[in-house]
Design a binder for this molecule. Sequence first.
Ligand code: 4NP
Length: 156
Amino acid sequence: MKNPAVLFVCLGNICRSPLAEAAFRTEAAALGLTVQVDSAGVGGWHAGEPPDRRAQAVARRHGVDISAYRARQVCEEDFYRFTHVIALDHENLAALRDLRPEDATAEISLLLDHVKGREGQAVADPWYGSQSGFEVTWSDVTAGAKALALELVETP
Ligand code: 4NP
């Protein structure tokens, strides 16, 4: 696809969407895909903050440093700047559908919709769990990132 731009959106932008951003940057680079990438939160409570320590730790274990990422809230302009706005769970998806201006150009989907056999599934919120939950998050966002990167490479 020509000039794709992908925005990952979760609730706080400090756990799941920064991990999705990191995994997607890695997968896109591996495929030689030139793409703009960012992440944001439905809510603005954590705006300006770095990712959760547990998210930073899991990314570091998988070779990615996300310590310089900073949270921000999704805004209407995002639906024109990005070709794909990707929700991590159903609550995020509903919020994005409410916020999306009528003439917006971005396609909205769930991350795992892009993974064969996992369509309609959510990436669970790891916030209240333990560090091991973040490994599940990493595995889920990596599956989504791989599939989405491949899809964008293959779309004419
Ligand atoms: P995220 O996780 O949406 O994956 O960034 C959460 C971060 C913060 C909160 C909930 C979920 N919170 O309640 O502050």
